[in-house]
Design a protein around this ligand. Structure first.
Ligand code: AHR
Length: 511
């Protein structure tokens, strides 16, 4: 039976019954877990035009740059407060040999990027360039080391090269290459997808390898590594179980990879040409993230009830067929209002697991998969997904607030899912932020929200929506999907009535 919530408003002495389809309660004084800012992290691989053309144009480029790194991209990512950046892969990480990417650029050896298009990688973007990028972005680096085709010695020396302050062969080599002081690097991945492109290992074998490699990743001076083990593919619960059973003591984080693919690996579906049935299925599939986090967390709870080891979905997002005419190995796809809805749903889910999920990394920042930025030579555009990160930055390092939600359903072809997704947090200054998604592409949704444990004087907000669910920003029309002021929230005492447009993402700020 369809649930409706009735509220009675008295206008000029006449009782008027308004019907809200959704009921939300926010307990603003009961938060306890902090949403780490690193939940809003990103991932950039040597793949297609993510690094080359995306960030890196070289010092001699007519595109405005600082030491070879695009200024427009740096500004855009600083505007969403990018907290960390995972690099150099992905599958590329397990065939990357870091020593090829240091020293004078014209002397660096070239290699073939066998995973991604078979193109020649000239190694002009290496360790120094990446760490310069992170300094320009004011974000923390997350480096993924090579287990699949690299050695323990190679990984150990990379840590020494970057983080050791004293006299040592690697620290001296760093100085010779122009960097006197070491960098601070905490987040360190020990391999990537070692069940697949990272070496096709069994969970047991990788757990042993993980312990070997991580033993020699040393903490130099006050630099403390936060070691992240390569985690499961989607619902491979055995991988998580085996890693937790055998190596939990040696790790700070365990990763998880899960992509949302509307159809199947052979024909994933188009990024822009889809009907409502395909939209529905894509949303249904992305909601699987909730079950994945629940089941992987349950396993981790058995071995680590104190929640010392973080679950880190360091690759997630949508994966479609590449845009026609582009290199199939470059994974270049457009990004629509559907992607914005998907990003917003997933970020709300991650927030709700913030006691265990301490970092996530959407794949990938520029020109690859669910990108937040697309570039075409000197042009740059911000995708609908970018604007979700723009709205959601308010949750970074804020305290998650417990909520209860009774949601109307979005129904199609006899199936139904909740139409609304919500998350709320309180920041250090006491401001409460609520992020809401109306998944329904056809109907607006009214919500009655009860605010408990807080006195609110003012509510303001911003909204991301569009006429069609497959609207996107192009280089000719870059502002089709972008953020606007939201006027659909009305405050009366300790209640807010909210009207969400169809297919929208809204961020409310309560003062
Ligand atoms: O993000 C693209 C690829 O997806 C990554 O290189 C790999 O880790 C995953 O399979």
């Amino acid at each position: 039976m369809k649930k409706v919530i009735l509220s009675i408003l008295f206008l000029s002495g006449v009782a008027v019954i308004s019907v809200a389809q959704n009921k939300l309660v926010i307990n603003a004084d009961q938060g306890k877990d902090v949403i780490s800012k690193h939940v809003y992290g990103h991932f950039s691989e040597h793949l297609g035009h993510c690094i080359y053309g995306g960030y890196w144009v070289g010092e001699d480029s007519p595109i405005p740059n600082t030491r070879g790194i695009r200024n427009d991209v740096v500004k855009a990512l600083r505007d969403i407060k990018i907290p960390n950046l995972r690099w150099p892969g992905g599958c590329f990480a397990d065939e990357y040999h870091w020593m090829d990417g240091i020293g004078p650029r014209d002397k660096r050896p070239k290699m073939v990027n066998t995973h991604w298009g078979g193109v020649v990688e000239d190694n002009s973007f290496g360790t120094h360039e990446f760490l310069d990028l992170c300094e320009q972005l004011n974000c923390e680096p997350y480096i993924c080391g090579n287990v699949g085709s690299g050695t323990v010695e190679e990984m150990s020396k990379w840590v020494e090269y970057i983080t050791f302050d004293g006299e040592s062969p690697m620290a001296n080599l760093r100085r010779q290459n122009g960097r006197e002081k070491p960098w601070k690097v905490s987040f360190w991945g020990v391999g990537n997808e070692n069940w697949g492109c990272g070496g096709n290992m069994t969970a047991e074998f990788y757990a042993d390898q993980y312990k070997r490699y991580s033993t020699y990743c040393r903490n130099y001076g006050d630099n403390k590594l936060y070691l992240i083990a390569g985690g499961a593919n989607s619902d491979d619960y055995n991988w998580t179980e085996t890693l937790m059973k055998n190596a939990a003591r040696q790790m700070q984080g365990l990763s998880l990879h899960h992509y949302t693919i509307p159809k199947n690996w052979e024909d994933k579906g188009s990024a822009t040409q889809f009907d409502e049935a395909e939209y529905y299925v894509t949303i249904e599939k992305t909601l699987k993230m909730n079950d994945l986090l629940k089941r992987h967390s349950n396993i981790m709870d058995r071995y680590d009830p104190q929640k010392r080891v973080a679950l880190i979905p360091d690759e997630w997002g949508t994966w479609y067929n590449v845009e026609s005419g582009t290199n199939p190995g470059f994974l270049y796809q457009q990004n629509t209002m559907r992607d914005a809805i998907i990003a917003a749903i997933n970020l709300n889910i991650f927030n709700s697991y913030c006691d265990r999920v301490k970092m996530t990394n959407i794949a990938q920042t520029i020109n690859v998969l669910q990108a937040v930025i697309l570039t075409d030579k000197e042009k740059m555009l911000l995708t609908p997904t970018y604007w979700v990160y723009y709205l959601y930055k308010v949750h970074q390092d804020a305290t998650l607030l417990p909520i209860s939600l009774s949601s109307a359903k979005y129904e199609l072809n006899g199936k139904k899912i909740d139409a609304i997704s919500v998350s709320a947090s309180k920041d250090a200054s006491g401001k409460v932020h609520i992020t809401l998604v109306n998944i329904d592409p056809n109907k607006e949704q009214s919500i009655d929200a009860d605010l408990r444990g807080i006195e609110v004087k003012n509510v303001s907000g911003q909204v991301l929506t569009s006429g069609k669910i497959n609207d996107y920003n192009s280089f000719d029309t870059p502002d089709v999907v972008s953020v606007k002021a939201f006027t659909g929230a009305k405050l009366s005492k300790d209640k807010i009535s909210i009207t969400l447009p169809s297919k929208s993402v809204v961020m409310l700020e309560l003062n």
